[in-house]
Design a binder for this molecule. Structure first.
Ligand SMILES: C[S@@+](CC[C@H](N)C(=O)[O-])C[C@H]1O[C@@H](n2cnc3c(N)ncnc32)[C@H](O)[C@@H]1O
Length: 217
């Protein structure tokens, strides 16, 4: 129904430095499209994609929402922030891209104000030592259970999301969905599975978290 952003400007050289849009990227686009009505009803003012990579997802979200929405993309990789800016420009969208670890650069100013937060994290199971780089390795290196970066963002969600805010997280089966659900329950969030897909050896899911009781927000 909605057009995938044009990313024909991305060169093979870019792909040596920045995560190339892949199956997980497109699963996230499909999940956002499935959530279109929910997102429209939410009337989000501020949306953030953490780890925006080549910028296809946040550009797609900006194009879905069109109107008065401020969109930010953060990435720990400088080249990704640069490329995301190009992708949004190429598609006539306005996205503000920032080099940042998770949402650090937006805190504390945007605490409690982010209506939509998206993260397709580095989810691959790798040795811990590979986690924490600022280059292309940061695209996939997830450390133990592929959870070392995921586990850093979960406790931040209650602080940064607005009362009605939604958090979309893409995970791999091996990331242990049940444990992630328990952690988010303990922070006052409930979980729903938006989409699941098997792509080659990977079983990917897009999870959605919303506050169980908005009076605690
Ligand atoms: C799997 S890629 C996803 C890229 C893009 N969102 C997509 O779906 O195609 C993960 C992205 O997260 C970024 N990243 C990894 N750790 C990060 C961190 N601590 N803070 C911000 N971005 C991070 C990587 O540089 C990479 O661009």
């Amino acid at each position: 129904m909605f057009k995938t952003p044009d990313y024909s400007h991305i060169t093979s050289q870019d792909c040596q430095l920045v995560y190339e849009p892949a199956e997980d990227t497109f699963l996230l686009l499909d999940a956002l499209e499935k959530e279109f009505e929910t997102l429209q009803n939410l009337r989000p003012l501020i949306c953030v994609e953490v780890g925006c990579g080549a910028g296809v997802v946040i550009t797609f979200l900006a194009s879905l929402l069109k109107s008065d929405t401020l969109c930010f993309g953060t990435d720990i990789n400088y080249n990704a922030a640069q490329l995301s800016q190009k992708t949004s420009n190429q598609n006539g969208m306005t996205v503000n891209t920032i080099v940042s670890d998770l949402v650090n650069a937006l805190q504390p100013r945007l605490n409690g104000l982010i209506d939509v937060l998206i993260f397709n994290p580095p989810y691959v199971l790798t040795p811990s030592e590979e986690v924490g780089s600022r280059d292309i390795v940061a695209s996939w290196a997830g450390g133990i259970d592929g959870r070392q970066v995921i586990d850093r963002i979960l406790p931040i969600i209650p602080t940064v999301l607005s009362p009605k805010g939604v958090f979309y997280l893409l995970i791999l089966k091996e990331n242990k969905q049940d444990e992630i659900e328990d952690i988010m329950n303990s922070h006052g969030f409930e979980m729903a599975v938006v989409l699941q897909r098997r792509t080659g050896p990977e079983r990917l899911s897009v999870l959605k978290f919303t506050r169980i009781d908005m009076t605690y927000a």
